[in-house]
Design a protein around this ligand. Structure first.
Ligand code: NAD
Length: 298
């Protein structure tokens, strides 16, 4: 358990690998980026010369890569041929459900235990070790997965069998995208009707319109708890990331034959906002699109 291989040391993986090292685990880290590798070295990990070398003697292999094709390639080319027999393979990237299930099937056929374990929480949570993990794995393997993820986690939740973690992640984020757009529309209408935003916040957050986007992550500056709206919509959960997750949800819905018309609308609106050059802004900044005030975004 103490030997961990960590592949993908970017915005998220860098902080996550550092927390594995802080917990006293021997972490062999690898990334294609020399800069990311050097940062991991400074944070207490051992920079490996290749991904194959990193995984060779690890009891746990964690990947945190951009998207499905990267995960498939790293698993097929490096992890499965080189990992130690019996190693526990955990992919924390956000990827499509089909790829997650396909790589899990390959891993199991090769004799490995494996899990998909995407995260909720951004770069700050990755650095603080307070991510929420949604896990798809065999029930018998969950305790080992939970133990492996503990130094990086606020909570580790078992969603079901392989692919269920990714399914939970995209369903949750589709709901979040829709609820944020609904929240933004309601605040924009309230403004047009001459209703003060702080009054509407107090009323909606104690009435049936209440949701996380209203009460905890209000898109209006100076209203409710501190949010990215209070710092020019910088930091937080980027519009481009929300768009990626909404696309994954729509692709999954198409393949599964599920009706998700509001998810489709949410994808279209976030795609429009992203095309206007605001992919880096927090996803709550989409309120400026609905208010016709994108010019106010720096
Ligand atoms: P990132 O682009 O910063 O990091 C990805 C890293 O993977 C890069 O450093 C890249 O060099 C490395 N990489 C790519 N291919 C590789 C390979 N073949 N071998 C080794 N390294 C390779 O991305 P990120 O923001 O860290 O996100 C990672 C994953 O986490 C994504 O799936 C993303 O959707 C998900 N996620 C991100 C956030 C966030 O706020 N950034 C939040 C939740 C989930």
């Amino acid at each position: 358990m103490s030997r961990v291989a960590f592949i993908g040391l970017g915005n998220m993986g860098g902080g996550m690998a550092a927390n594995q090292a802080k917990a006293g685990r021997e972490v062999a880290a690898f990334d294609l980026s020399a800069q990311a590798l050097a940062r991991a070295g400074a944070a207490g990990c051992r920079p490996a010369v290749s991904a194959a070398e990193a995984v060779a003697e690890a009891a746990v292999v964690i990947t945190m890569l951009p998207a499905g094709p990267h995960v498939r390639a790293v698993y097929e080319d490096t992890v499965l041929p080189n990992a130690a027999p019996g190693a526990l393979l955990i992919d924390c990237s956000t990827i499509d459900v089909d790829t997650a299930r396909a790589v899990a099937a390959q891993a199991k056929a090769a004799g490995f235990r494996c899990a998909d374990a995407p995260v909720s929480g951004g770069i700050m949570a990755a650095e603080a070790g307070t991510l929420a993990f949604m896990v798809g794995c065999d029930a018998a393997d969950f305790a080992a997965v939970e133990q492996a993820l503990a130094p990086m986690a606020r909570v580790v939740l078992h969603a079901g069998e392989s692919g269920a973690g990714q399914a939970a992640k995209i369903c949750n984020n589709m709901l979040l995208g829709i609820s944020m757009l609904g929240t933004c529309e309601a605040f924009a209408l309230a403004e047009r009707l001459g209703l003060a935003a702080d009054r509407f916040f107090e009323i909606a957050s104690q009435s049936s319109g209440q949701c996380w986007s209203v009460s905890t992550y209000c898109p209006i500056p100076g209203v409710g708890p501190q949010t990215p709206a209070d710092r020019g919509y910088d930091g937080g959960f980027a519009t481009a990331m929300m768009l990626k997750d909404l696309k994954l949800a729509q692709e999954a819905a198409g393949r599964a034959g599920a009706a998700t018309p509001l998810g489709a609308q949410a994808e279209a609106l976030y795609a429009l906002f992203d095309r206007q050059g605001f992919g880096h802004k927090d996803f709550s900044a989409v309120i400026q699109l609905l208010r016709g005030k994108v010019s106010e975004l720096a």
